[in-house]
Design a protein around this ligand. Sequence first.
Ligand code: FAD
Ligand code: MLT
Ligand code: ZN
Length: 471
Amino acid sequence: MPPAVSPNVVRELAAVVGAANVIVPGDERLVVFGTDWPGRVQQVPALVVRPGSTEEVCAVVRVLAREGLPIVPQGGNTGLCGGAVPSQPDREVVVSLARMRRILDVDTVANTMLVEAGCVLQQVQQAAAEAGRTFPLSLAAEGSCQVGGNVATNAGGVSVLRYGSIRSLVLGLEVVLADGTRLDMLSPLRKDNTGFDLKQLFIGSEGALGIVTQVSLALHPLPVETVTLMAAVESAGSAMAAFERIAGTFGARVVAFELLDAASVDAVVHHIPGARVPFEHATPFAVLVQLEDTLATSSLASQAEALVMQLLEDGICNDACVAQSGAQAQALWALRENITESLRGIGRVQKFDVSLPLRRIPQFLTELAPGLTREPSLRLFVFGHVGDGNLHVNVVAPTGTADSAVEFLDDLVYGLVSSHGGSFSAEHGIGQLKLGAMRRYKDGHQLRVMHLLKNALDPRGLLNPGKVLPA
Ligand code: FAD
Ligand code: MLT
Ligand code: ZN
């Protein structure tokens, strides 16, 4: 079969981005660019192109569009639904944003920051901290994921309760459309009701409507006091009771409220040297809580300790640990943040990223467990951002288990989620791995409008084909 991209086109792209930034067949890095983080999808791209500026992205897209070549935008490639890698082998061109990593402006009067889309999230957090501000989006992949990828997936993470998902932190966007047009929606104005707010369309569009090249971000004040605590609870019901008390007392000062089941914590303890559970006895669940205050008027720590005493007295939790130092807080967070990495090596992981009305969470988990007994080798791991209703349900089968043996899981989990009024994808998106659920559970009228928008912006279907929208 002839190469998908002719030598002339490769030369043309090299003239735009430099020969070193076009990765061609035969180069083993192509396999890396074609493999997703969990290793579930491996589709070698026809080519990888790495533009260094918005102008180069426009020029690259114009060439690829002229040739009718499918384009896969790729950020840090930490996505969990196969969205950033091709959906078919040897035909699609990965456009990597990794070279576009300049922080262009920080404004501490307006509390805004302008960055290129390839900036790694941690780099943005650091730049904000150096300016005496915080950029509060936080997730375990923050050392690798990029702001453009965060925008494209509308990333959530652990601080949604206080700061929302990244949609609440995006003031403006620059996007390159499927025909190479640069759409400037970068204005960081906080009020601008001049017609449709187009940037919202691209947030969470997973690279299927445009390539994000620059982002105006909202910054927040640095907290002056942070409290991290972990509490042991007997059941998901007790976890939710603890949330009701803590959120009722601390309101917007609750940044994170995370759930960890015993299996997930055990996986981390076995995988991460030095990881340790802070409780005397084994516990079915733990909750990890972070509180923050930007005013030093009262001691958040003593209020938190008083509330924990109350929760212990009332039997809502049966043990607790309030971090007494930054190092202790980090050790507690390590138990949560290393779960995904720790599960990666222990078998065939089926990931479900669902959200539910908070009051339904205990019942959902009670109904889920018996459904899994159909396949005795399956192990269940439950964790997530339970304070905002987001559960990560991971089911691990022994390595080598046939797809057919675990096929029933989709129906089991999504059927239950749907019966409780939840969503089959809370924060990870659809990519190419959740298309079946999208077809089955997404409202048909909404799907039709999504197709209309896709056709209007990308009539030839060149941007990230085989993703987000079922055929
Ligand atoms: P990629 O994986 O490269 O791409 C993801 C999607 O966005 C793809 O569809 C891709 O085509 C598109 N895309 C990427 N860059 C652009 C761009 N510049 N323009 C247009 N489209 C683009 N997610 C959460 O929401 N919350 C979490 O707590 C969380 N924790 C995680 C923990 C771990 C250990 C891992 C591995 C992943 C986690 N994720 C989480 C998932 C993932 O990190 C996020 O989805 C992240 O936002 C993806 O960013 P990325 O740069 O890696 O994007
Ligand atoms: C997390 O919250 O840790 C992530 O979203 C990753 C995962 O679901 O595994
Ligand atoms: Zn998550």
